[in-house]
Structure formats: C-alpha cells, structure tokens
Design a protein around this ligand. Structure first.
Ligand SMILES: Nc1ncnc2c1ncn2[C@@H]1O[C@H](COP(=O)(O)OP(=O)(O)OP(=O)(O)O)[C@@H](O)[C@H]1O
Ligand SMILES: [Mg+2]
Length: 177
C-alpha cells in the first residue's frame, strides 16, 4: 500500500491561494510524494468560466458555486482509498465551506501566501495559461485568509516547493486527523 492510502483514513489536502501562488506546483509535488490522487481545480471550470477569466473578467460567486461543487465531489471521490490532494484557489471562507459540503471527506487547507509583486512576476513569466496577470488584484481583494477556527495551515509561498512540501507532510501527520 502506498503512503497515505488507508481507506479508514480518508481525507484531503487542498492547496489554496491566489493565482501564481504555486498551488498546482505544490499539489503535484505532494501527490507525488504521497503516491495519491491529484485533483486540479482549474480543470473543473465550465467553458464559460474559462472564457470569462481569459477575457480578464473576474468570476463572481454565481460562477463559482457549481465549479466548487464539482471540485468538492471530485476530491471526495479521489480520496476513496485514503488521502487525496487538490489545488483550488478557495479564496473565501464560504468557498471553503462549499468545497467541504460537496466533499465527503475532511478537508485540510494549505494557504500559499506571499507578496503581490512576487505573484505578479510569476504570472508574467508564465505566458501559456488562461489566467491573465491583470486578475491578480481582484483575487487578492477577494482572498479571505483562513480564520483560527478553520482547519488550515498558512505557508510563505516564496519558499521553495520542496520546503513547502516538507512542511505540509510534517503538519498532516496530526493536523488532518
Ligand atoms: N515555490 C515556488 N517558488 C518559485 N516559483 C514557483 C513556486 N511555485 C510555483 N512557482 C512558479 O510560479 C508560477 C505559478 O505557479 P503555479 O502554476 O503552480 O500557480 P497556481 O497557484 O497554480 O496558479 P493558478 O491559480 O493561476 O493556476 C509557475 O511558473 C511556477 O513554476
Ligand atoms: Mg494552478
């Protein structure tokens, strides 16, 4: 059995944060280290949502609810045999609650948080992606950092993916149980 695959211990780690914070990078690394399924939240957007973002328009809540439901369901299904990892912006507390409601496993959130100029630099360098750098300001304005009562860990997104991964793996030993 691979690390993290224990059907009596179903749960999921959701790597969250604004565009460019490194969610997809860290989530892929975690899934690789844990040998567990990976859910990429971006892949669950409707074509209309993708077109809206690509045109530089921020999504509103009505755009996000069905997407969050699909991501949450996919996370629950992916964690059928133990742990799963997801990348999903989950910017507002209500979005995290919606993800949790749509998923039938306990979710543990990891916020990747850092300075706006570092994020802007990364997005400018990453050309082949539908999220334009111009949406960063609206994402930062939307972000509600996890409150103390939420099951969440905040890490400095400017650190290396390996260092971030090591911190999450150390934290989940206790924090997600
Ligand atoms: N820890 C890191 N340090 C430096 N650069 C990073 C780090 N993590 C990711 N990057 C780089 O920053 C860019 C954005 O990373 P990534 O695509 O993982 O972000 P994201 O949060 O998934 O963004 P989006 O919400 O737009 O999908 C990529 O070019 C990636 O290689
Ligand atoms: Mg991503």
């Amino acid at each position: 059995m691979q690390a993290g695959q224990d059907s009596n211990d179903r749960r999921a780690i959701v790597v969250m944060g604004v565009s460019g914070s490194g969610k997809s990078t860290l989530a892929a690394l975690l899934a690789d280290r844990l040998g567990c399924p990976l859910i990429e939240g971006d892949e669950f957007h409707s074509a209309a949502n993708v077109a809206k973002m690509a045109a530089g328009h921020p999504l509103d809540d009505a755009d996000r609810w069905p997407w969050l439901d699909r991501v949450g369901q996919a996370v629950g299904a992916a964690a059928q045999r133990g742990i799963a990892v997801a990348a999903c912006s989950a910017l507002k507390r209500r979005y995290r609650e919606r993800l949790q409601a749509a998923s039938d496993v306990p979710l543990f959130f990891v916020l990747l948080d850092t300075e706006a100029d570092e994020l802007a630099r990364r997005l400018t360098e990453r050309a082949a992606h539908y999220m334009p750098a111009s949406l960063l300001d609206s994402q930062l304005a939307t972000l509600e950092r996890p409150a103390p009562g939420e099951r969440a860990l905040t890490l400095d997104a400017a650190r290396t993916p390996d260092a971030l991964c090591a911190d999450v793996l150390a934290a989940i030993g206790t924090a997600t149980r």
